[in-house]
Write a protein that binds this ligand. Structure first.
Ligand code: ZN
Ligand code: ZN
Length: 127
């Protein structure tokens, strides 16, 4: 699969048994549908995240194309104050996160500071 932003081939990483596509060039991350909630440790927080992703009023037309169906994606804005713009395939193939955005989303929704996923993301993005 090629990167949504810079079109370079992405590498596959495994985070807690979830396979994510990661671009070494720009730090972008592609998650297939259903994978984001697997990265959030607690079920209520995962549900809160999914509810925000499903809210229609937060959506805008986007310019980037889904790496699977090559159709233009929509942008979903989530987060109470540190707003993150995530690209979402309208056919629900998955979600695109620019460098550092996945970590921001997990900071908002995953209240466990020491979760393995967040530790790994920190090392990936060097924060
Ligand atoms: Zn890239
Ligand atoms: Zn798609």
């Amino acid at each position: 699969m090629n990167c949504v932003t810079c079109k370079k081939p992405m590498v596959v990483l495994e985070l807690q048994e979830v396979e994510i596509d990661y671009c070494l060039a720009c730090g972008g991350v592609w998650l297939d549908a259903g994978e984001i909630e697997l990265l959030v440790d607690s079920k209520p927080e995962a549900d809160r995240l999914l509810a925000q992703l499903g809210e229609r009023q937060n959506r805008q037309a986007g310019k980037r194309k889904c790496p699977i169906c090559l159709k233009k994606m929509e942008i979903i804005i989530i987060g109470p104050k540190d707003k993150v713009q995530i690209d979402h395939c309208r056919k629900n193939h998955g979600l695109w996160f620019d460098r550092g955005e996945l970590e921001t989303v997990l900071t908002i929704f995953d209240t466990d500071n020491n979760s393995a996923v967040r530790g790994l993301l920190k090392s990936m993005f060097g924060k």
